[in-house]
Ligand binder design. Structure first.
Ligand code: FAD
Length: 452
């Protein structure tokens, strides 16, 4: 399928910044400090005298910190376009992962410190104090349920556990974090001693309102607007080899779609069996006025069903997301390393990168070289250098290509290039190690890991 408009638009380096990290960090710590300040302002000097007082104070502080971090967690995953453009979608994911464990620990510490502190202050047993809290404090039962859900989410997010469960289970339990926010809300205002002053209430309510607006904006308003505007439909499904297909998606006013090669959307194909699930797939060609293309490796139920998509099926897309774009590079030159379905975003990036770009495409067998004809054409027409690195996983020949020596031989000026990698974990980690040894700065290395 050929686009009617031109499709080679080269983007210069540094068109985007990965967000002003320092400003985002400062804002985070400032708001965190303000949340603790609420406790400080509400605690008269000299009022913390006994160990029980100290535990209750620590419990109140961890309560404020836990509530704040939970809001940040929801904010960073709100998918609001302004936030992703400012900080970077990958950076937000890193924040979300880093804060995930912290929020569970802090909320559990809050519950434990408050219960133990009050039991010590009132000279009762921990069990009796916990029972009194649950049965007499307003909104305490819902707070208890919220904590249990939070712990369940935390446990399922542990890598070893997550690998063993279905993605859908992990996803829907994760969605319950909105319930945590809702169930915890009442408890914070009715039982939270620190949220009784007008300033504290106003501050906390503003934080909630801000996060809620971003959430509705990113998860509802923006996707609805995108789909009403473009009305995506399947144009065609084309086999790209034994287990790869390309899906061409058409729509209205695609020339106005603000997406870049290398970005991904979450695609919901509105057929009877698939409408309820949205899966992320990267664009495998730069967007043009006529179509978008995604290229999918069949790995499971959903990707298997996509082979049988009929033309004309309506599509609901969310995005674009991701910073794996030509505009995010720091240097003019680029080296691309791809393996398996990782060729999809890498193929798209070639449309936006300069002619001196080098591609290393790793595959076990020539049959696995998806887009070979397109890559050969790009090499012939634009002078892009394409190396097909073929051979079994333990074959020493191809392995040599991804050592420091091999990379330097193939791409002598590798340090003066940005490196984009997408492919199997082994290929990416080996190449990354080699690049580090070649002293390619970390900021010049871009990954599209195909997993959340
Ligand atoms: C940002 C991103 C971009 C991607 N781009 C591409 C691409 O261009 N081409 C391609 O072939 N693959 C891509 N993937 C991977 C692709 O999303 C999964 O292979 C696909 O969702 C598997 O679905 P399944 O039901 O067929 O397989 P399953 O057997 O159900 O899942 C296989 C694995 O895929 C992941 N997965 C499953 N469902 C989802 C979901 N709804 N959302 C996120 N991950 C899920 C899980 O890690 C799971 O273990 C991308 C993934 C991400 C995160």
């Amino acid at each position: 399928m050929e686009p009617t408009s031109g499709w080679t638009i080269e983007h210069g380096p540094g068109r985007y910044r990965t967000g002003d990290r320092l400003f985002f960090y400062t804002l985070f710590y400032f708001a965190l400090a303000a949340s603790i300040e609420v406790w400080w302002l509400n605690t008269p000097a000299g009022s913390v005298t006994t160990p029980a007082d100290a535990m209750i104070a620590a419990g109140r502080i961890t309560g404020m910190v836990g509530g704040f971090v939970l809001l940040v967690q929801v904010l960073v995953m709100s998918r609001a376009a302004w936030l992703e453009a400012w900080v970077g979608a990958h950076e937000l994911l890193i924040w979300h992962r880093a804060l995930g464990g912290a929020v569970v620990v802090v909320v559990l510490a809050h519950a434990a410190l408050i219960a133990v502190g009050y039991a010590a202050a009132e000279h009762t047993s921990l069990a009796s104090e916990t029972w009194t809290m649950l049965t007499t404090y307003r909104d305490m039962v819902s707070a208890f349920v919220a904590t249990a859900i939070l712990v369940a989410i935390g446990v399922l997010a542990i890598r070893a556990v997550r690998r063993r469960i279905r993605y859908e289970l992990w996803y829907y339990v994760h969605l319950a974090s909105y319930l945590v926010l809702l169930l915890g809300y009442g408890h914070q205002f009715t039982d939270g001693a620190d949220l009784q002053s007008p300033f504290a209430r106003w501050y906390w309510f503003s934080l909630y309102a801000f996060v809620l607006v971003c959430l509705v904006w990113g998860r509802v308003v923006e996707p609805l607007w995108l789909n009403l505007r473009h009305r995506f439909r399947v144009l065609d499904v084309v086999a790209e080899g034994a287990d790869m297909i390309s899906i061409y998606v058409g729509g209205r006013r695609l020339d106005r779609l603000d997406a870049q090669a290398g970005q991904y959307f979450r695609w919901r194909f509105l057929t009877r069996g698939a409408w309820w699930q949205a899966h992320p797939f990267s664009l495998s060609a730069a967007p043009n006025a006529d179509w978008l293309r995604i290229t999918v490796k069949v790995v499971g139920d959903h990707t298997g069903d996509l082979r049988h998509l009929a033309r004309g099926v309506r599509v609901f897309a969310e995005g674009p997301s991701g910073a794996f774009t030509a505009g995010h590079r720091l240097r003019h030159g680029a080296l691309l390393i791809a393996g398996g379905s990782g060729i999809a975003p890498v193929r798209a990036l070639l449309d936006d990168l300069p002619a001196d770009t080098v591609l290393l495409f790793r595959a076990r067998h020539p049959d696995e070289l998806t887009f070979r004809a397109e890559l050969d054409a790009l090499a012939a027409e634009r002078g892009i250098k394409v190396w097909y690195v073929l051979g079994a996983r333990d074959d020493p020949g191809p392995r040599q290509a991804f050592t420091p020596k091999g990379l330097r031989q193939l791409v002598p000026d590798v340090r003066r290039r940005d490196v984009y990698m997408c492919g199997p974990a082994g290929l990416v980690s080996t190449s990354r190690r080699a690049l580090r040894r070649l002293r390619v700065p970390g900021r010049q290395i871009h990954l599209d890991p195909f997993e959340f």
